[in-house]
Design a protein around this ligand. Structure first.
Ligand SMILES: *[C@@H]1O[C@H](CO)[C@@H](O)[C@H](O)[C@H]1NC(C)=O
Ligand SMILES: *[C@@H]1O[C@H](CO)[C@@H](O)[C@H](O)[C@H]1NC(C)=O
Ligand SMILES: [Zn+2]
Length: 312
């Protein structure tokens, strides 16, 4: 009996060992650490498409570099519902909340179809910059196209994945919803792979900016290895507030080598031969035409009257 138990234990350990080394092999990449002055000098050098790709993310966003876009409204379905059985995971590269409710989707806004929310996670130090300015935090809401069964399948296809980026700026007041994430993150902060149920309800909608009528749109990649170029990006120029204390609470989350994950953003990548679109609800040409129509009608009426009179 004892021997059998021991054999069993050895087997369990062996399997655990295989699984563990398997996952570390995939995860053998890291963010370069900032030097003592806070500046990051090293390139990421993650290899593969991360280095050779020409449609990589993040990029430097600016209205000056963008072309005008006009899409239908971006629609968030069931974003106001709290995420069911929400779990927070320390991935060793970020903290992530998974969603497996396929009714939480986005569509419209020029997206080629409907996309299901898979997970949301954070980068401290924003990945995208706007007019050269880096924000304190960036939220990524990662979705896959309903044309594919899973995110894994969709990652291999152009426009298979849609990511919404939300930037956060530092303000005096803490952000209650970020507070929910951080209160749970404390319990899993030192052990990558550890999971904890969120300590309060969290609806994805509560993390979005109020005004979503304006956004940047471009085609790019995942910002972590293997940097697959399958992502249609939407980043709002309107940022959301959180406190400085909250920003610092992200920085004590530990990575897979047991160090504090001080920064987890990738450096901006070249735009190359891509268009950056700035979309908003532009004043419609037809609106201004109908606006002037009311003043044009009496004039036309008068002309008609004059025509009729001249005929008589
Ligand atoms: C969603 O995930 C939870 C755990 O987070 C699990 O209990 C539940 O069965 C899952 N639902 C579906 C539809 O996969
Ligand atoms: C939303 O933001 C856009 C771009 O900054 C602006 O043009 C628009 O007026 C804003 N809408 C509202 C309702 O504030
Ligand atoms: Zn991300």
């Amino acid at each position: 009996m004892i021997i059998r138990k021991m054999k069993c234990l050895v087997l369990v350990q062996l399997i655990a060992c295989i699984l563990f080394t398997g996952s570390t092999a995939d995860d053998e990449w890291h963010y370069p650490s900032p030097d003592p002055t806070g500046v990051i000098n090293e390139p990421e050098a993650w290899g593969g498409q991360c280095d050779s790709g020409r449609r990589q993310s993040p990029i430097a966003l600016s209205r000056a570099a963008a072309v005008r876009g006009e899409f239908g409204p971006l629609i968030f379905n069931n974003y106001k519902l709290p995420i069911r059985q929400a779990l927070l995971t320390n991935t060793g590269h970020s903290v992530q909340v998974n969603n497996n409710d396929t009714s939480v989707t986005i569509q419209g806004g020029g997206l080629p179809g409907r996309y299901v929310l898979d997970q949301l996670h954070f980068h401290w130090g924003s990945e995208h910059t706007i007019d050269g300015v880096r924000y304190a935090l960036e939220l990524h809401l990662v979705h896959h196209s309903t044309l594919y069964p899973t995110l894994n399948d969709a990652v291999a296809v152009k426009n298979g994945v849609a990511v919404i980026g939300v930037l956060f700026h530092v303000a005096a007041q803490p952000n209650m919803h970020i507070g929910t994430i951080l209160e749970t993150a404390i319990d899993i902060r030192s052990v990558p792979g550890q999971v904890a149920p969120l300590k309060a309800k969290l609806a994805p909608n509560s993390l979005l900016p109020v005004n979503r009528t304006a956004y940047f749109r471009y085609e790019g990649s995942l910002t972590t290895p293997a940097c697959a170029e399958s992502v249609i990006w939407t980043v709002f120029p309107e940022s959301v507030a959180l406190s400085l204390d909250q920003v610092d609470q992200f920085k004590v989350i530990h990575d897979q080598s047991g160090h504090e994950l001080v920064n987890n953003y990738r450096s901006v990548q070249p735009l190359n031969a891509r268009s950056l679109v700035y979309a908003r609800e532009w004043e419609r040409a037809s609106d201004s035409a109908s606006g002037s129509a009311s003043t044009a009608f009496p004039v036309m009426g008068l002309l008609l009257v004059l025509l009729v009179i001249s005929k008589v």
